[in-house]
Structures are given as structure tokens and as C-alpha cells.
Design a protein around this ligand. Structure first.
Ligand code: 26Q
Length: 741
């Protein structure tokens, strides 16, 4: 890379702004990145989301020139901190999209042959700001920064047919750099105005028929563009005999959003290559795999058959025929009518994308040990009965390159000093960290907290309390994640502080970051409520040196990089059984935060590795929640616990105003009355709240001892398992059967 560094030295920077420099430096780097692909079996990741974040620092790191390049540019008078303003590529929403990005990073990093396919949305996930404490959304026009890391492949465009229009899918390739260079191929839609709309936004609202059709179009557009290409390339090489297709391809469906690719594959083989349906189905069964990311019933995609038929008659027909073949197979196995109904791809007029994925998928996996058990036991029990070998677990992971080496260079340098840089290639070496020696670790944490505070001040205009414990809950806003429970816990602490009941309380900052889906009324209400709590608490002279609440705006990958490094306590408090895995929990752990959380998702494995004694675990287990379901009475708890009632009542007693929007009353009713689709407090906030408050106070008491810093270090020391390098190796071994180059 000496030539690249020489080119950087020769670069004329005079009078150029950050955007121009970004474009030119990225272009220089791209000259040195060439896809290195070998023939043979490859895996393909199909995902509707990719939450890549900034590629600039990551790619320079992978090219091995990051620090040297920064030195060269600084010497020329460039303010390299300016590159922190580069817009994120936020073509995703949350964990599922970030997981896709981490997996691509790890596959390239470990030289596994894995390419990604997705959609090149014109606008990423909306930008968020708060006006009067309420979320205001605006378009995320990420392309104003250009897209210097992608190459448009005009020649490889292909046409995707719908009954009412043709759309041209134009690929843009983003190299994924590591030991090998893989490709993320994102398709843009060209053609009529209506055609172009397909790639405008991620998850367009689907509460109207038009919205649903647009979602179906997106899913098919991705599926048809990707599968069309793979099938065509195969045929060019191997001819019209598809016997060997599955020897060369393993296709991973990231949740159900690209399940139409199964139908497209069968459609192509039967219509264009003269293969029989049953053989095409057999080939599909050896090619596709499905990862489930949620057991929430409302997130399981069902498409109305007639709706799909309207714009994709052949695809709808393939699903119908799959149902016919499946039913034959199930009858031969002796399944009952109920069992067949439970596994059906088409029942009534509903096409179940999950059931299709389970039936056709060679392997079906959950994303953490407990989640994979629930997938078998609660979500697909019948399929598990008849196809037990399909079901696998692959616990999620995160890339240590972005989530430690890039976001926490200070801790990385300390690990280099203590362990030699060998840990960078071999994360297992973290286990040998001497966690009794906390002084330098504490010093690093202080630096990262200071940097976080500077960032929050710049972005949100809020000055964080000096020397405070930082507790953070950053993730999509969802009721099951229970940001509302944290709100109640904070109020409980606030009232206790005012009444002098917490004499030795150490200054604490509660940091939130989350976007609420645009049509999700309650999520928006929770944001407003937390912002109102922040206003009350932060302006109370009696407590505001001790307790601070900050909800940062526009939480995204780049913000997360600051927060995970500068946090002491990671809040992971979902109702047991609902968080499939969580991956933020792993990022915090790696950066030396303790987890204050429930026995849910990957938290369970985190405490298995890092030790229960080094974390703060509370709340009902999955089994207890299951037992509680029928008898749970939140109102009885409120009536017998005045401290809880007092905080819950702030939703309706005039303590806070939601500006007449009705948010708070609706939240209150969801907890005390329920709604036509659920019982009161169906995420069991009042069951877990008292234990949660105790856990938070215990953390507060423990903090400041070297024993607490040791706990934090123990988390870093046992984080190797949560590297996505390990997760990718698991997929490679259990599911894809691919080898490192
Ligand atoms: C479904 C139907 C209709 C419209 C939208 C959706 C939809 C869209 C996105 C459903 C779910 C998602 C995203 C889910 C997600 O991000 N899940 C998270 O995946 C992570 C990676 O496995 C896990 O760590 C998290 O626990 C899980 O919540």
C-alpha cells in the first residue's frame, strides 16, 4: 500500500472541502481495491436492509493505511475529524440490517466467499429530530455525499417483469474489503416514474393496498434481480442442467423479506429451462436457507394471495403449487389436518412467507440459543416435529473491526500493549487479559466518556454531567424492548432522590437513542414521554447534579460507535422471550460495559461467558413469563404498590403534557386496560420494574470501586464468542458448507 500512501502524499488538498476530499480519497482507495474471487461454491446473503454506516474509516483500516493516511492528511492541514461528518449509508432500520453489514465484514475479513444482494434505496431510514420533544422525520438524502465506494455496472442491468410494468434493475457494486474482497450488490430501479418508486424508501407504509403492492414490488424486485443473475450465470457456465446449482450456491434469506426468490427460482427453471416443477423444487430445497429474527406474530409476513396475483400471477401460482406439493408430502408423512394447516404456505387467501421459507429452506436458524429454542417450540412446532434436522442455532455476532478497533482505538491500543496486537487476529486472546489491573482501563473509559460528551454536545446541544455513570439504552423503539420501563425506573429514582431516600446516589446519565417507525403511535408516545421526563428531571435544581436524562436525536451507526465506547452500563431489558438476540448488547460488552438486563436473547449467553457476577441480571425468565400469561394482573400490582402507581399515574395525572395528542393516555390504557388485540401490560413492565430499579441502584452503589471496573473488563475479556467472525464460521460450517479461501 505504499503506492496508495504516496498518492495521498501527492494529493492536492488546497481549498478543498471535506466532501471533495472524501470523494477524491475514496476514489484513490478504490483503485487499490480489486475483487478477489475464486471459482467454486459461494454463499449469497439476500437482505432488504444493510446498515453499513460510514465506509471511509473502515476501508482505510482494511487497506492497512488508516493511521498513516490520517498523519499524512493532518500534516497537510486537513482536519481529519471532519470525516466524522460523512453521512451514514443507512439502508436499514435496526439489528437485522446491521447484522447483514457485520456478516459481510466478517466474511471478507475471514476470506469466506459470501456476497450480498440488496436494494439501493434513494433515501435511507428517515432522519430524526425532536421538536417540542416529539419525533419529526425528514428524508435521508444520503446520496448528496455521493457514493464513491460503489461502482455502477450498467452492462449488467436486467429487466424485472411485473404484470403491469417492466422495471430495469441496475446493479451498484460495493467492494467489501478484508482478506478477500467480496461484493455487496445493490440494485437501483430505472424506468417509468412508477418503476423508480420501488427504490425510493425502505419499508414504505403498508396500511393501504397501494402500500402493500409497493412492498411486494420491492421484495420481488430484489428477488428477481438477484436470482435472475445467479441462474443466468450458472447456465452460461454449466448449461441447462441445474443438477449442480446447489453445489455452487447457498442462499441465505435474511428473514422473510426475500422469500419470493424461492418462487422466482422455481419459475425461471420451469418456464425458461424446461425443468419440471418437482425437480426445480428439489433444487430450491438444497439451495435456500432462512434466518428468523423475531417471534412477534405481527412481524411475520403474510401476503394476500389475490394482491400478489394482481402484479405477479406466475409467482403467486408457484407458491400455490408449492402448497400442493407440500400437502402431498405432509399427507405421506401422516400429518393431521391441523398440522397441515399450521405448516401451510397458502391458507385461505394468506401466503405465509415464513411457512414457505421453513418448508423450502434446507436450514432454518434462530439468532441466539434461547431464540432458536423458541423458534422450534413456539413458532414452528409442527415443522420441528417433522423436520427436526432443519432447525439450527447460530448466535449473532458483531465485527470487532468496527465495534472495537475503529470506535475505540484507545482501548484497542491498551489491549495491544497488554496482549500484543495478536488479539486483533485471534480474539480468543482477550481471555488472557489481566482484569485485576484496572487503572489504565478506567483511564480509557474516562477518555471515551469525554469524547462521547463532546459528541452529544455538538449534535444535541446538551452538556452531559461530568464524571457521571453512563447508562445507555439505544435500539429501535418498540414496546417489547421496554424503553417505557426504563422511563418508569428513572422517575422512581427521581422521586426517591427528591425525598432523600437515596443518600449516596452517584451522578448518573441515562442516555437514549431510538427511532420510532413512522406509523407506530405508541413508540412515538414513548419518545415524547422520555423527552418530557428529561425536561422535568434536568431542570430540577434539587436533583440535576445527580440525575440527567438525554434522548439523542437521529441515533444511527455512527452515533452508536460513540455511545458503545463511552457507556458504563448497557440496558438490555426486553421482556424475556421477545428479543431474538440483540447485538447492541454485544457491542457494549466488547467495549467494557456491564449489562443490566433480563435473561433474554443473547444476554443469556453474554452472562454465560462473562459471568452473572459481572453483570446485573433481573426480571422474570422466559418460563416465568409463560406461566404468568394467563393470570397476570398489572392492576393488582399497581393497587398494592403505591410507589409504582405513582410513576405510572404520571401518564395521566397532569405531571406531563403530550400537547393534546393523546399519546400518554393511550400508553396508560395499554398498561391498565389493554386493547382489543392484547391484555393490559402484555410486556410485563410492572412485573419486572421493582427488580429493575433495584438493579440500577445496585450498579450505582458498586460503581467507583475497582471491583466494578474489573467487572467491566471481564466483559471485554469474554467477548470473543460474540465476534461475527465466529458467527460467520458457524454459518459456513453448519449451513453454507463453504471454505475459507
Ligand atoms: C415485517 C412485516 C411487515 C413490515 C415490516 C416487517 C419487519 C421489518 C423489519 C419486521 C422486522 C424487521 C426487523 C427486525 C429486526 O431488526 N430484528 C432484530 O434482528 C437482530 C439481528 O438478528 C436481533 O439481534 C434483534 O433481536 C431483532 O430484534
Amino acid at each position: 500500500m505504499t503506492e496508495l500512501l504516496q498518492e495521498l502524499k501527492d494529493l492536492d488538498v488546497a481549498g478543498k472541502d471535506i466532501k471533495t476530499l472524501y470523494t477524491e480519497i475514496s476514489a484513490l482507495c478504490m483503485k487499490y481495491i480489486a475483487p478477489k474471487k475464486r471459482e467454486g461454491r459461494r454463499a449469497y446473503y439476500l437482505s432488504i436492509e444493510y446498515l453499513m454506516g460510514r465506509m471511509f474509516h473502515n476501508n482505510l483500516l482494511e487497506l492497512g493505511v488508516l493511521e498513516e493516511a490520517e498523519k499524512i492528511l493532518s500534516a497537510k492541514g486537513v482536519n481529519v475529524a471532519g470525516f466524522e461528518e460523512i453521512e451514514d449509508a443507512a439502508l436499514g432500520n435496526g439489528g437485522l440490517g446491521r447484522l447483514a453489514a457485520c456478516f459481510l465484514d466478517s466474511a471478507a475479513g475471514c476470506a469466506y466467499p459470501l456476497d450480498g444482494y440488496g436494494i439501493r434505496y434513494k433515501y435511507g431510514l428517515f432522519k430524526q429530530k425532536f421538536v417540542n420533544g416529539e419525533q419529526v422525520e425528514s428524508a435521508d438524502d444520503w446520496l448528496t455525499w455521493g457514493d464513491p465506494w460503489s461502482v455502477k455496472r450498467e452492462k449488467e442491468k436486467r429487466v424485472v417483469h411485473f404484470a403491469d410494468m417492466d422495471v430495469t434493475a441496475v446493479p451498484y457494486d460495493m467492494p467489501i474489503v478484508g482478506k478477500s474482497v467480496n461484493t455487496l450488490r445493490l440494485f437501483d430501479a430505472e424506468g417509468s416514474e412508477q418503476a423508480k418508486k420501488i427504490c425510493d424508501y425502505l419499508y414504505p407504509a403498508d396500511d393501504t393496498e397501494e402500500g402493500k403492492l409497493l412492498r411486494i414490488r420491492q421484495e420481488y424486485f430484489l428477488s428477481a434481480a438477484a436470482i435472475g443473475e445467479l441462474v443466468e450465470k450458472y447456465a452460461q457456465k454449466h448449461g441447462r442442467n441445474f443438477n449442480k446449482f446447489s453445489e455452487y450456491h447457498s442462499i441465505q434469506l435474511n428473514d422473510t423479506h426475500a422469500v419470493m426468490s424461492v418462487a422466482e427460482f422455481i419459475r425461471l427453471l420451469t418456464k425458461e429451462y424446461g425443468i419440471t416443477f418437482s425437480r426445480a423444487l428439489e433444487f430450491a430445497k438444497h439451495t435456500f436457507n432462512y434466518t428468523n429474527h423475531t417471534i412477534l406474530p405481527e412481524a411475520l409476513e403474510c401476503w394476500n394471495y389475490a394482491l400478489m396475483e394482481k402484479i405477479l400471477p406466475d409467482i403467486a401460482a408457484v407458491f400455490k403449487t408449492i402448497q400442493v406439493y407440500a400437502t402431498r408430502e405432509w399427507k405421506a408423512k401422516g400429518c393431521t389436518q391441523e398440522e397441515i394447516a399450521a405448516m401451510s404456505v397458502l391458507h385461505g387467501n394468506c401466503l405465509s412467507m415464513a411457512n414457505a421459507a421453513v418448508y423450502v429452506g434446507e436450514k432454518v436458524n434462530g439468532v441466539a440459543a434461547i431464540h432458536s429454542e423458541l423458534v422450534k417450540r413456539n413458532l414452528f412446532p409442527v415443522a420441528y416435529k417433522y423436520y427436526p434436522d432443519k432447525f439450527q442455532n447460530v448466535t449473532n455476532g458483531i465485527t470487532q473491526r468496527r465495534w472495537l478497533m475503529l470506535c475505540n482505538r484507545e482501548l484497542s491500543a491498551l489491549l495491544d500493549k497488554k496482549l500484543t496486537p495478536a488479539w486483533r487476529e485471534d480474539m480468543a486472546r482477550l481471555e488472557t487479559l489481566d482484569t485485576g489491573d484496572t487503572a489504565e482501563f478506567i483511564a480509557v473509559k474516562e477518555i471515551k466518556k469525554k469524547q462521547l460528551a463532546d459528541y452529544v454536545l455538538r449534535h444535541d446541544g446538551v452538556k452531559l454531567l461530568d464524571g457521571a455513570i453512563v447508562y445507555a439504552q439505544v435500539k429501535r423503539l418498540h414496546e417489547y424492548k421496554r424503553q417505557l420501563m426504563t422511563a418508569f425506573a428513572i422517575l422512581r429514582i427521581y422521586y426517591d432522590l427528591k425525598e432523600g431516600k437515596l443518600p449516596d446516589f452517584r451522578p448518573s446519565v441515562f442516555l437514549f437513542g431510538a427511532k420510532a417507525a413512522s406509523g407506530y403511535f405508541r413508540a412515538k408516545g414513548i419518545i415524547k414521554y422520555l423527552n418530557e421526563i428529561a425536561r422535568l428531571v434536568n431542570n430540577d435544581e434539587q436533583t440535576n447534579k445527580l440525575l440527567q436524562v438525554v434522548f439523542v436525536q437521529n441515533y444511527n451507526v455512527s452515533y452508536a460507535e460513540k455511545i458503545v465506547a463511552g457507556t458504563d452500563v448497557s440496558l438490555q431489558v426486553s421482556t424475556a422471550g421477545f428479543e431474538a438476540s440483540g447485538t447492541g448488547n454485544m457491542k457494549f460488552m466488547l467495549n467494557g460495559a456491564v449489562t443490566c438486563g433480563t435473561m433474554d436473547g443473547a444476554n443469556i449467553e453474554i452472562v454465560e461467558h462473562a459471568g452473572k457476577e459481572n453483570n446485573y441480571i433481573f426480571g422474570a425468565s422466559v418460563e416465568e413469563i409463560e406461566r404468568l400469561k394467563d393470570t397476570y394482573d398489572p392492576n393488582a400490582i399497581l393497587d398494592s404498590t403505591p410507589e409504582l402507581k405513582r410513576v405510572a399515574d404520571t401518564l395521566v395525572d397532569g405531571t406531563f403534557s403530550d400537547g393534546g395528542k393523546g399519546y400518554f393516555k393511550e400508553l396508560y390504557d395499554s398498561l391498565t386496560v389493554g386493547a382489543h388485540w392484547h391484555k393490559p401490560d402484555h410486556y410485563f413492565i410492572f412485573r419486572d420494574l421493582p427488580e429493575y430499579v433495584d438493579a440500577l441502584i445496585k450498579v450505582n452503589r458498586d460503581y467507583g470501586d475497582t471491583a466494578f471496573a474489573k467487572k467491566q473488563m471481564e466483559n471485554t475479556a469474554h467477548a470473543a464468542f460474540f465476534s461475527s467472525d465466529r458467527a460467520i464460521a458457524d454459518y459456513a460450517r453448519k449451513i453454507w458448507h463453504i471454505e475459507k479461501a
